[in-house]
Design a protein around this ligand. Sequence first.
Ligand code: AP5
Ligand code: MG
Length: 215
Amino acid sequence: MNIILLGPPGAGKGTQSAGLVERHGMKQLSTGDMLRAAVKEQTPVGLAAKAVMDRGELVSDEIVSSLIDENLAALDTGTGAIFDGYPRTAAQGEQLDELLAKHGRTLDHVIELEVNVDALVERITGRFSCGNCGALYHDTANPPAKDGVCDVCGSTEFKRRPDDNEETVRTRMDEYRAKTAPILPAYEARGLVARIDGMAGIDEVAGAIDAVLAG
Ligand code: AP5
Ligand code: MG
């Protein structure tokens, strides 16, 4: 099974991907995570992407599609892929169709997490993650069970993303509205879109996603 998780910044794509990996052994392919890793390692891709990401704008279609290509090539054919934060433009949608064909995969579902945009700034500015394993948390909605200790790996190091400030979040929202939301109708015409209330609790959203996958 191969699925796209679509939704604006803070909708819960990363949180729900982590649950899908755990429950169904799928592989999360997050272009945002791949780009952040490239920035950290100061690869040529990372050096080209850093300033663009810090502004909240979109990195070039060629860069993100080649990252997806490399990751699909390395993925066992029996393991389902979760596309998290990709595709984000009409061109990336076309490139994904070509890459799926190239790697012998088909797209099963496009799951849109519907959210109230006003609530997202609060979600994003409250977000932090484990510095060791990357587990995602929120100051109030999803803190670790024991304050200051990661539930997953026990690390006490946490970090926040440089693009998680109010000004950059607004640009990221604008980019989503202008370039990403318009790719949905094409998937709708193919009968692939399921809409889920992303404002519900994390477990409830997970249950709704599982219902789509089972149906
Ligand atoms: P990316 O990393 O993809 O960021 P994004 O799309 O802005 O999405 P986020 O990761 O901010 O949100 P999310 O939906 O994953 O929410 P999360 O689960 O963390 O992209 C970053 C940048 O990289 C882009 O701006 C661009 O520059 C570049 N880029 C990446 N992909 C690209 C592409 N394809 N093309 C071009 N450029 C690209 O949840 C957020 C918070 O809310 C967390 O704290 C979480 O604990 C909490 N939370 C989650 N669900 C719930 C819930 N149901 N109730 C309450 N709290 C919740
Ligand atoms: Mg994310």
